[in-house]
Ligand binder design. Structure first.
Ligand code: CDP
Length: 225
């Protein structure tokens, strides 16, 4: 088969979607697109402007006006998220954003705005897109859908190590609680809940590292070729 034009990767919080997606995109020379960044950015801006995210209408209006620029930084090998020209990669991963992002992501108006933008990117093809609803809602026709699984403890441990590496403060218990809370909100919301698409391939990652997950996905592509 011709290489899948779109690869959807979904899974719960800190299941390794970003690191796996990035590595996979690099190997295939595809665009890597992390949809979580959009929800995080909307949350960050709402917190800055409103102080909290309780007012659905105001948060939706902010999301609509938000100008997002994504710039690929080849030196750092990452996508920089710019807000009015300022990089906000670190700021959108703060514990405060972690605590509020799932509430923002449950607002239908916010999802509608961001889903449309994501679909347009998906249509460009040659893309690895990661999130919660990519295989089910954003790109239901993607030829290859992956759903990553890992225990909450394993995911919290990985996120803890990642934050330490980035020089951010990290508290294992706080991270574990946040992950479990977000999973609960994300999987029980009415619109586009976190779940595997019926035709998604499930990969359990507790016992294997990101390189091995990527190899598994690549072998699926080869198998389909
Ligand atoms: O990297 P991590 O798994 O911690 O989270 P993320 O992918 O950056 O996503 C942050 C939050 O955005 C999630 O907990 C969801 O509430 C929301 N999200 C979503 O609802 N739909 C997506 N396609 C992506 C993220």
């Amino acid at each position: 088969m011709i290489r899948p034009q779109q690869i959807a990767i979904d899974g719960p919080a800190a299941s390794g979607k970003t690191s796996v997606g990035k590595l996979l995109a690099k190997k295939l020379d595809y665009l890597f697109f992390d949809t979580g960044v959009m929800y995080r950015l909307a949350t960050y801006v709402a917190l800055q402007k409103l102080g909290d995210v309780a007012n659905e209408e105001d948060v939706t209006a902010i999301t609509k006006e938000m100008e997002i620029t994504l710039r690929v930084n080849t030196e750092k090998d990452e996508t920089e998220v710019l807000l009015s020209g300022e990089p906000v990669n670190q700021a959108i991963r703060s514990p405060q954003v972690d605590k509020n992002v799932s509430i923002v992501a449950s607002y239908p108006g916010v999802r509608k705005i961001l889903t449309e933008k994501q679909r347009k990117i998906g249509l460009l093809g040659n893309v690895v897109m990661v999130g919660r609803d990519i295989g089910t809602v954003v790109m239901p026709d993607a030829p290859l859908k992956i759903y990553l699984l890992a225990s909450p403890e394993k995911r919290a441990e990985r996120r803890y190590q990642e934050n330490i590496r980035k020089g951010m403060t990290a508290d294992f218990h706080e991270i574990l609680m946040d992950i479990m809370k977000r999973d609960e909100i994300d999987s029980t919301r009415v619109l586009a809940p976190l779940k595997a698409a019926e035709d998604a391939i499930l990969i359990e990652t507790d016992q294997i590292n990101q390189e091995q997950v990527v190899q598994k996905i690549l072998s699926l592509i080869k198998y389909q070729e």
